[in-house]
Design a protein. Structure first.
Length: 84
């Protein structure tokens, strides 16, 4: 088995795709215990990476909303970003 790709360099979509594959393999119950533990650990790291990417995207959207509100001379506010 080849060395897994570094998580820090992954895009959100790539990390989420791998996380979905790990969940499917764990749910199948076909992996040996030691492999399941390794997959779970990687899955936890992928989940944290995805959460960080979503937080980063949310902050970027908030900046855009604040910038647009300030540019129009209106009240500056933050609108929650909705994903999904």
């Amino acid at each position: 088995m080849s060395e897994p790709a570094p998580i820090a360099a992954m895009s959100f979509e790539t990390a989420l795709g791998e996380l979905e594959q790990i969940v499917a393999r764990l749910e199948s119950g076909q992996a040996p215990l030691e492999d399941s533990i390794k997959m779970y650990e990687r899955g936890a790291a992928l989940k944290a990476h995805c959460e960080a990417k979503l937080k980063e995207a949310s902050l970027r959207v908030e900046k855009i909303v604040m910038g647009a509100g300030g540019a129009q001379g209106g009240a500056v506010g933050v609108e929650p970003a909705e994903f999904g």
